[in-house]
Design a protein around this ligand. Structure first.
Ligand code: ISJ
Length: 423
């Protein structure tokens, strides 16, 4: 992101035009080679490209301020009747996990062209258009090449070092310093030629249709965890914590799902995550619904304990302000937050950058979706043949280092699969 952190450039006055379009078919097929942005779930979502303006943000709260000013000076025309979240002026964004422990930066980008589809309605938004400008209608691009010769190199810590870090975290927990901490590890993948993120978006969105597949400024992944989605005054947060790997055998997986719902270690881990989300949402809402017991979310690689927390929020509250309040939840940081953040910085030996930070979009009304950037990789800006993958696990008193290593490996599977599948 190009301007210094926290610097608020005076936003330009933008003309925004939205038209209704026929069903565009698979959204991924429309992504161009450069400046592509994507947000896809179950085939619906948005693909976008070009760049009208961007803001390098110090935090989601700072991004919110800049966005509000931009929205206030924008001329919008739309053919859509009724509010369709994501149509019209939209910004995609991605934020670092911990601004105090990273060399990476956060920001919002406003694309030139957005193609969206939701519940059978498709639209095309053009941003920054002159009154009489006609842009070419987007059409399918050639299928991007599969990565060649991908090999995996070690991450920041060896497996022994990472397991030792987990043991130290368990020690701090049993010593009473904190209740839960999430420790992540990384894995570097290198291909023979530049990686095309469109290939990864295609594979991830096809294999993980229940997840949110995203591509924003070189971070690409398919996350199952929604930090906050805000639409028509209703906020929803999908909280995940407590995980078990799938085996591929239906009966065994059913037994594993059952065991997960009774595992006191996983239920405890889950409880911390739900409590942190409920506490962060509370000040913004008039009604809050926190499910008493989690359900099991089934993904192709893992089973998660999941809770969908919902809240009716006060008028004027935006998705970015909620994301600012919710991040970092105990699903990716720990409890208490500050102690966990400190322990992460001490034990991980890893720059998480935008992994585990909010990723998503906001529209001009403040509606939006901010997921947690999990099951992802960050393309190396200086060497596009290289991508760094990340995965982490919640550590509580009952955690076992070997089991946590295996769990993190299972969470790396979506990206490893996307990098190594030939079609
Ligand atoms: C930290 C990650 O996942 C988080 C940790 C989980 C757990 O420890 O059970 C489950 C889902 C996520 O909240 C990750 O995928 O990298």
């Amino acid at each position: 992101m190009s301007s210094p952190a926290g610097v608020t450039l005076v936003p330009p006055r933008l003309r925004v035009r939205t038209v209704v379009v026929p069903d565009p078919g698979p959204l991924v097929a429309l992504l161009p080679e450069t400046d592509a942005l994507a947000w896809i779930r179950g085939g619906d979502g948005m693909v976008a490209w070009g760049e009208v303006v961007r803001h390098k943000a110090a935090s989601p709260a700072d991004a919110e301020e800049w966005w509000t000013t931009l929205v206030a000076s924008c001329d919008e025309e739309t053919e859509l009747d009724g509010a369709v979240p994501g149509s019209g002026l939209v910004a995609f964004g991605s934020f670092v996990f911990d601004p105090d422990n990273t060399s990476a930066s956060s920001g919002l980008v406003v694309p030139r062209t957005v193609l969206g589809r939701r519940n059978g309605r498709a639209w095309l938004t053009e941003i920054g258009v002159e009154a009489d400008e006609q842009r070419p209608v987007p059409c399918a691009t050639p299928v991007p090449p599969a990565p060649e010769g991908v090999r995996f190199e070690g991450g920041s810590l060896t497996s022994e070092q990472w397991r030792a870090a987990v043991s130290r975290a368990v020690g701090s927990i049993t010593a009473g310093q904190l209740d839960k901490v999430v420790l992540a590890r990384d894995l570097v993948a290198r291909a023979d030629a530049d990686l095309d993120p469109r290939w990864l978006v295609g594979r991830l969105s096809e294999t993980y249709p229940r997840c949110w597949t995203y591509l924003v400024d070189g971070i690409v992944g398919a996350t199952p965890e929604m930090l906050v989605r805000l639409e028509a005054g209703l906020a929803t947060s999908r909280v995940l914590a407590g995980t078990i790997q799938r085996t591929g055998d239906g009966r065994t997986d059913l037994a594993r799902a059952d065991a997960l719902t009774r595992s006191s270690k996983d239920l405890e881990e889950h409880e911390y995550a739900v409590a942190s989300v409920a506490a962060a949402l509370e000040p913004f809402c008039s009604a809050l619904n926190v499910p008493e017991t989690p359900y099991v979310l089934e993904l192709p690689n893992v089973l998660h304990l999941a809770s969908d927390v919902t809240a009716a929020v006060a008028p004027g509250v935006t998705s970015l302000s909620l994301a600012a309040a919710l991040h970092p939840s105990a699903a990716v940081c720990g409890t208490p937050t500050d102690v966990a953040r400190g322990l992460i910085a001490e034990l991980e030996h890893l720059d998480r950058a935008r992994y585990a930070g909010p990723v998503g979009w906001t529209d001009a009304s403040g509606a939006g979706e901010w997921a947690i950037a999990l099951r992802c990789g960050i393309l190396d800006e200086t060497d596009p043949r290289t991508i760094r993958l990340f995965a982490g696990c919640g550590i509580v008193a009952g955690s076992d280092p070997d089991a946590e290593w295996a769990e993190a490996q299972a969470k790396l599977a979506p990206m490893i699969g996307a990098l190594t599948t030939r079609r």
